[in-house]
Ligand binder design. Sequence first.
Ligand code: ZN
Ligand code: ZN
Length: 248
Amino acid sequence: MLLTDGELRTILKNHRALVEDSHVVFPSHNGHGDHGSDFIDVSRLVPHPQVLERLCHDLAARFAHDRIDSVVSAQGSAIPIIQWMATHLAGWNGHPVHAITPDLYVNGWSFRRHQLPMITGRRVLIVDDVVHNGCTATHLINLVTETGGTIVGVGAFCNRERVNAQGLKVPKLIALWNLNTPTWKYDGCPSCRLWIPLSTDGGATNEFISFMRGEGRWFRCRECDRFGPVFGGDRNCGHCHSTNIVAT
Ligand SMILES: [Zn+2]
Ligand SMILES: [Zn+2]
C-alpha cells in the first residue's frame, strides 16, 4: 500500500519537512533563488532513515516496472534517497540496482571511471529531492545521455511544477508531492516588499541575506526594528514606511 496524500502530508509536517504559509528562499547556487510561501526541506528527513525509507519505497514503486539498472542523483539530500530507492528496486527487479552520484567540478558534473559501466548501455532513473526549475535534473540527464545511458524518467520527492516530463524531454516525471503555489524572483517578491520576515525554519535565508548585504541592499529600520531589502530608488521600511533606515 502506498501512502495517501494525507498520510504523506502528516509525515512531512511532523518532521518539519513541509513549511507552509511562510516566506522562504529556495536554495540556489547564487544566494538569490526564487521566493515563495511553501517549501519542502528533505534534509529534515535524512536523520530519520526509517521515515525516509518509507517515502523512498513509495517513490521507487512508481518505477517498479521500468527495469531500472541505475539510479542517479546529485550530491546532497538525494544521496540517501537513491540508496533506499535502489535497494527497493533491486528487490523487485531481482537483480542489483546501482546508486550513483557524479562528482561536481567547476566545469560541471562528471562520472568517475568505475561508475561508467553502470551507466553506459543501462536503464537509468534520475532522482532529485526537489525539482524547482529542472536545472539539476537537466544536467544529470545530459550527463547520463552523453555517457550512453537510457533515461527512463525523473523521480522527485517534490515537484514545484515549473517543468514537466515534456520540458525535460524524458518519458516521465513523477513526484510524491506537488507544490504549485506561486514563486517569485527575489526582486519581485511581494513579501520582501513588505519586509515580512524570512523563514528561520528551512530554505536559504542566510545565503540570501549575505547576498543582499553584498549588494548593499539589506537594511534595518530604526523605527520598527525590522530588517528587509531595498530595491531600486526607494529607501524606506517596507513595514512602517519610515525613511529612517540603515544598511547592515
Ligand atoms: Zn521574498
Ligand atoms: Zn519600519
